[in-house]
Design a binder for this molecule. Structure first.
Ligand SMILES: [Zn+2]
Length: 223
């Protein structure tokens, strides 16, 4: 096992998640999978990204609040253009999260158990789906380039050191924008009636999102 084994597994799992998302095409299963992924990612922001950004850094909470305010303004008030900017911010947030995962993995060392392996895969599959669904304004080719670039940030993160006084505020701000983008995506999904048209009930959608959140909690306990 080298330091790269787990980061590379996680990068591949993220791409497989994106592939699953594409393979399902539009329809009830892709819709439910998207809700699952969004619930997952929202939980990750709350139990993983925000603690990362605010641990030993009290101003992080203020920066986070600013990120939430900017995210809300972009996603809910300024129309399609604002939403596009918000989604770009959210994808950047996912990218930062990947760098942080790389940094954490480098600090944790090269040991892998079957449990860590399973948690790493279960963690990255939904994140790959979320990146793909957030980038739905782009052509399919560009979405793949983006997914590839984001997944590379995990092994890259093991090699770089970002000074904490830059890393934490940027991460806190991105977490705020990311949280709002995910909430908006979930709200749109539920309000649009698209899942209902596709044959899924509101209960099933909620259950999918809640299931994603529970899985997120479990993978975060391990990794
Ligand atoms: Zn993650």
């Amino acid at each position: 096992m080298t330091t790269f084994t787990l980061p590379v597994i996680m990068a591949l799992a993220e791409l497989v998640g994106a592939l699953l998302f594409v393979a399902l095409r539009r329809g009830p299963r892709q819709t439910l999978l998207t809700c699952f992924g969004l619930g997952f990612a929202l939980c990750i922001v709350i139990i993983d990204v925000i603690p990362d950004a605010t641990e030993d850094y009290l101003p992080g909470w203020i920066v986070l609040a600013a990120g939430v305010a900017v995210g809300a303004a972009l996603m809910f008030r300024s129309g399609a253009r604002g939403a596009a900017v918000g989604n770009t911010g959210a994808i950047a947030g996912m990218g930062l999260h990947n760098i942080c995962e790389g940094i954490v993995l480098a600090a944790a060392g090269p040991a892998i158990s079957p449990l860590i392996f399973a948690a790493a895969v279960a963690h990255k599959l939904p994140e790959g789906m979320v990146v793909f669904s957030l980038a739905d304004r782009l052509s399919i080719g560009k979405r793949w380039i983006l997914a590839g670039a984001l997944s590379l940030l995990i092994p890259l993160g093991t090699q770089i050191t970002v000074p904490e006084d830059i890393q934490k505020p940027v991460l806190a701000f991105a977490a705020g924008v990311l949280a709002m983008a995910l909430v908006k995506a979930l709200a749109v999904m539920v309000a649009s009636g698209r899942p209902i048209d596709a044959g899924a009930s509101r209960g099933t959608i909620t259950a999918a999102a809640a299931g994603g959140a529970v899985l997120a909690g479990m993978t975060c306990l391990v990794i």
